[in-house]
Design a protein around this ligand. Structure first.
Ligand code: 5RP
Ligand code: MG
Length: 217
């Protein structure tokens, strides 16, 4: 299956985020309200984007850590299709979100954001609890400290795919990075700065799409 393309709107204001999405929205499969935008503007960006793009998948990247069902009611109630939970959250927090997601008739879901130290025992327990999506993340701070994609990432990604997760990859991705993952059934690629800050964001979004269809069918 062709991996989806998600754009992360990690803008610091709604006005700026709407300017970022205006021209590229139609070229993108998933629109993410980034954690930074949530901190700046709460759930208003989700409401606005849902009104503007009624058919798109909209992700609320809140990286929730507790009070799962309460947070889920807020995110899904505002119009999010997916929301994120941080991998160190307890299982009841994750299933609390998932139960709210499944109470809707539409395809709402929860993505686990993989940061820092998580183990394969954790991954097994997420699977057992019914979670199906993980986001393999190179953090902005790790990237800024010079951490590159490497064989260890590919090994872990391979194992997550083998376990049956829908695996998303993100963290300072550039178009040139996409081919690194070509042997894996990646579910979705997220790009933020590489698209938003490009000289021509539409061209950047199209380049990601074209690169994805070069290596997957
Ligand atoms: C950081 C995030 C970002 O949304 C994600 O990393 C994509 O943005 P970029 O491509 O700019 O790194 O969740 O925590
Ligand atoms: Mg994000």
């Amino acid at each position: 299956m062709l991996p989806k393309l998600q754009v992360a709107l990690d803008n610091t204001s709604l006005k700026d985020a709407l300017a970022s999405i205006r021209d590229i929205g139609e070229h993108i499969d998933v629109i993410e309200v980034g954690t930074i935008l949530h901190v700046a503007e709460g759930l208003e960006p989700v409401r606005c984007l849902r009104a503007l793009y009624p058919e798109k998948i909209i992700l609320a990247d809140i990286k929730g850590a507790d009070a799962g069902s309460l947070l889920a009611k807020q995110c899904y109630g505002a119009g999010a299709t997916w929301m994120t939970v941080i991998c160190c959250a307890e299982i009841p927090t994750m299933t609390g979100m998932l139960d709210v997601a499944k109470s809707y008739e539409s395809d709402k879901d929860v993505q686990i954001e993989l940061y820092g130290d998580w183990t394969w025992d954790h991954a097994t327990s997420w699977k057992k609890a019914g979670l199906t999506q993980v986001v393999y993340h190179r953090s902005r701070d790790a990237q800024a400290a010079g951490q590159n994609w490497g064989p260890k990432d590919l090994e872990k990604l391979n194992k997550l795919c083998d376990m049956g997760f829908d695996v998303t990859v993100t963290g300072g991705l550039a178009v040139e990075d996409i081919k690194l993952f070509k042997d894996l059934p990646i579910y979705c690629f997220i790009a933020g700065r590489s698209i938003r800050d490009a000289k021509c964001p539409v061209t950047a979004a199209k380049s990601f799409k074209s690169e994805i269809s070069t290596y997957w069918s």
